[in-house]
Design a protein around this ligand. Structure first.
Ligand code: HH2
Length: 280
């Protein structure tokens, strides 16, 4: 299985990618404000790459429950110095931009990004064309509503069936707009309009998403459903062990891209999970 992101083609037949999270935001749920200063963000990017991140997901808009949209200009003001530095210092590093805005995606692709991570799965009508033109990788994530409204109703008749159907429809829309199937990855959107039980069910049945034959990305890192399970209601960075358990389960279920805050620890967990999968 190949995932094509411009000039980079990942063979995910026997490989799991670790995507390190870099939130250049004042308000992200886990690390808000820590990397808003460009110098701190750039240092963090180098650290994540040093820990073994295969790619970096750089975002300038928190999508935690209840968060309001950040205007494209403000997103770009936060992102530009970080992307410019990375392009100059680490042109080999694969950068994903976490945005719902085609304008931000376009600017980031012009600045060397190779992936667009769109948690709205093409809500912006220009997004597919922007991605297609660049031949970039595209992550299509399931979310019901917007970050502002998504937790209002988290009931589903069958959460897995709804997510699979929605992502299938979004995949078809992306392809119809010219995005190469080899560039697509699917994501169930853990915590996006889901109850804790819904997130757990999606993780438990992640193999049902892999049946589309596309790479599956899982973003469970430090999310609140893990705190519900462990009973620890401390800060999100106290959820590392629980996140590693979730990462391991995702890999055993066939996920091939993990979006995480704790890269070094996840790289080790992935090695064990992958070896176990191969030893079956
Ligand atoms: N989760 C978050 C943000 N972007 N993208 C994908 N594809 N999948 C996810 O699960 C996902 C995502 C939320 O996590 P984080 O970036 O740490 O927080 P915030 O949205 O508050 O910045």
């Amino acid at each position: 299985m190949i995932w094509r992101c411009r000039d980079v083609a990942y063979d995910l037949t026997d490989r799991v990618l670790v995507m390190g999270i870099l939130n250049v935001t004042p308000d992200s749920f886990s690390d808000g404000g820590r990397w808003l200063d460009p110098a701190a963000a750039i240092a963090r990017a180098h650290a994540l790459l040093g820990e073994g991140a295969d790619l970096l997901d750089v975002g300038a808009e928190s999508t935690r429950p209840g968060a309001a949209a950040v205007p494209a200009d403000e997103q770009w003001r936060r992102l530009a110095p970080v992307l410019d530095h990375l392009r100059a210092e680490r042109p080999d590093a694969v950068i994903s931009v976490d945005t719902r805005d085609a304008e931000v995606a376009e600017r980031a692709l012009d600045a060397g990004a190779r992936v667009v991570n769109d948690v709205s799965a093409l809500a912006d009508p220009r997004m597919a064309a922007v991605v297609a033109r660049a031949g970039a990788g595209l992550v299509l994530m399931h979310m019901r509503g917007t970050p502002e409204t998504m937790q209002h109703d988290t009931r589903y008749a069958d959460v897995v069936a709804e997510v699979v159907a929605h992502l299938g429809e979004r995949q078809a829309a992306a392809e119809a707009a010219g995005v190469d199937r080899a560039c697509l990855a699917l994501d169930p959107g853990i915590g996006f309009g889901k109850s804790a039980e819904g997130s757990l069910t999606l993780l438990a049945r992640i193999d049902e998403l892999t049946r589309a034959g596309l790479p599956v990305l899982v973003g469970a890192s430090r999310k609140s459903f893990l705190a519900r399970l462990t009973g620890h209601d401390g800060p999100p960075d106290a959820r590392v062990a629980a996140s590693l358990a979730a990462a391991t389960i995702a890999v055993l279920g066939g996920a091939t891209i993990l979006r995480v805050h704790d890269v070094a620890a996840t790289v080790d967990a992935v090695r064990v999970a992958r070896a176990t999968r191969s030893a079956r």
